[in-house]
Ligand binder design. Structure first.
Ligand code: AMP
Length: 242
């Protein structure tokens, strides 16, 4: 039987707020899903939230799609309401894993202030500020990962045609759906996204590093080994503080 993590063993543990930081293609989405399986806390991906707004053609979706289509970051103030609304949901009380947020130093400051005001005052949630796990991967490896990335539109499973191909070309192993290339995984957009990371998201790491709330893991290792490093970091630095 598939290993489902600690929830089935009746020991639902707190992780507190965990942030996965790293360049596009570092494996934040994949590793966030591992944390979900292991600890039973929700994954919150601002990229997924925004893509769902774009798909549903909401006012936010229409605004955000211009930025996303170019590989630019969406302006900070467009993100705050959707992130706040999601974090207030009851399933975030034991903790949550943020993937793709914060991406600017301003977003990091906003998140600390939001958690301090809304969560700690109501004491309905983990009594700790976010702990950050940065997944480091070199540029050439990122390039291969991003240009080869394909996603199953039905189950969300992620493949890579260079590094982790499906059993049958371009078809999902699980449900046979035709795999798709995300619109922002085109070469010219990838270049912009990597640039946005260098220029705007690196300072986020510095923000948390200065506060002693960041560890780095080697994201070039196989997925299971990266996951082990991440669980170790959570056990050592995050869960017990909350
Ligand atoms: P992702 O799937 O996390 O790579 O996000 C896809 C796109 O959504 C990014 O290239 C940005 O345009 C936008 N986006 C996602 N999260 C954020 C964020 N925290 N701040 C600004 N833009 C974001």
């Amino acid at each position: 039987m598939e290993k489902r993590g600690h929830l089935e063993e009746g020991t639902a543990r707190r992780t507190g707020p965990i942030i996965l930081l790293g360049p596009p293609g570092a494996g934040k989405g994949t590793q966030a899903k591992r944390i979900v399986e292991e600890y039973g806390v929700p994954q919150i991906s601002t990229g997924d939230l925004l893509r769902s707004h774009v798909k549903n053609a909401t006012a936010l979706g229409r605004l955000a799609s211009e930025f996303m289509g170019r590989g630019d970051l969406v302006p900070d103030e467009l993100l705050y309401d959707i992130v706040a609304e999601r974090l207030r949901a009851p399933d975030c009380e034991r903790g949550f894993v943020l993937d793709g947020f914060p991406r600017t130093a301003a977003q990091a400051g906003w998140l600390d202030a939001f958690l301090q005001h809304e969560f700690f005052e109501n004491s309905r949630s983990p009594k700790c500020l976010p702990f950050v796990i940065r997944i480091d991967v070199d540029y050439n490896e990122l390039w291969l990962r991003l240009t080869g990335r394909r996603t199953c539109p039905l189950c969300g499973r992620i493949y890579n045609i260079h590094l982790q191909p499906p059993r049958v070309d371009e078809l999902c192993d699980i449900d046979g759906s035709q795999l798709v290339t995300r619109n922002d995984d085109r070469d010219e957009v990838i270049r912009e996204r990597l640039l946005a990371y260098e220029q705007q998201t690196r300072p986020v790491a510095e923000y948390y590093e200065e506060k002693g709330r960041l560890v780095s893991v080697d994201g070039s290792l196989p997925v299971d080994q990266v996951a082990r490093q991440i669980f170790q970091a959570i056990e050592t630095h995050a869960g017990d503080r909350c």
